[in-house]
Ligand binder design. Structure first.
Ligand SMILES: [Zn+2]
Length: 292
């Protein structure tokens, strides 16, 4: 993979080490299920479970935000990770602007906040151990790039395209937000639809974000010189962060009732479905009987 032909986004900012970020806009609900899961699995895991469970999720481990005097600034372009993130985000902007145009809509890209150690979002305060996340309350993607090293060292899932997939997945949640899907999910949940479980709305929402990440990969394939090996890296990342894999390595058995992101096989399937088709209509995880 070569990101040098991808356009840099102007929607990335960085908050300094040890400082958070005071978001605009109001707060939204803290993901109670995610927090409980993180605590429960934390009892079983030797490694940092919050990071795994917060991974690719809007439901990280948040404490109520403390409104500190945080300011964001321009990105340190000397850090190659930051430039990488900026180019991947810029590429997702191209992808989704084009697709939204076809739908007769205008894509409003998210802001991406690079942070170190801790950050305040409209979803509460998060630490680096929360992993990357999207907060629909302020429409920002939050990322501590030290996570890339974790992904590679702890989970053996490195590679540029694997890292890009993580960003594209979070952007996928923003696309869901823009398309009104996130609101529909929240409404359905309030009306009693199941959020949890192997067929719950949460898994469907996550798998759709994987499919959307695949769509980005598909449209960026040529410009970014994405190879078969790159795709394998992303698939491997999708595998190791599937719920069943995490649960199995955590406690030796799998309990589909507590799935929030989907199984490894499902995550790979939906990512590849987006990647191979490049078609948003192929990502309707909500009206699919079997997610497998
Ligand atoms: Zn997610």
């Amino acid at each position: 993979m070569d990101v040098n032909n991808l356009p840099e986004s102007t929607n990335v900012s960085e908050v300094g080490r040890g400082s958070g970020y005071a978001p605009r806009g109001g707060g939204i609900r803290v993901g109670a299920v995610g927090t409980i899961l993180a605590v429960v699995v934390g009892l079983f895991l030797g490694v940092n479970p919050l990071q795994i469970l917060g991974l690719l999720s809007g439901m990280g481990s948040f404490s109520p935000g403390t409104q500190t005097s945080n300011t964001s600034g321009p990105v340190n372009t000397k850090d190659p990770n930051n430039v990488f993130v900026s180019r991947i985000l810029g590429s997702t902007e191209q992808t989704w602007s084009g697709i939204f145009k076809q739908l007769g809509r205008t894509y409003q890209p998210p802001q991406l906040i690079l942070f170190h150690d801790a950050v305040d979002s409209a979803c509460g305060q998060a630490s680096a151990s929360s992993g990357p996340f999207y907060c629909s309350g302020d429409e920002h993607v939050y990322l501590d790039t030290s996570f890339f090293a974790e992904l590679s060292q702890r989970f053996g899932a490195g590679g540029d395209f694997a890292n890009a997939y993580v960003i594209a997945h979070e952007v996928g949640h923003h696309v869901q937000n823009q398309l009104g899907i996130s609101d529909q999910v929240m409404q359905a949940a309030q009306q009693g639809s199941d959020m949890k479980g192997a067929n719950g709305l949460s898994v469907r929402q996550e798998l759709q974000a994987d499919c959307f990440a695949g769509i980005w990969g598909s449209t960026a394939q040529e410009a970014a010189h994405i190879t078969q090996k790159d795709v394998q890296d992303a698939v491997h990342a999708a595998e190791v962060i599937g719920d069943d894999h995490i649960q199995k390595s955590a406690r030796g058995y799998v309990n589909p009732d507590s799935f929030t992101h989907g199984s490894s096989a499902q995550r790979v399937k939906w990512f590849m479905q987006g990647f191979n088709s490049g078609d948003i209509n192929k990502c309707d995880t909500f009206n699919t009987k079997s997610l497998n």
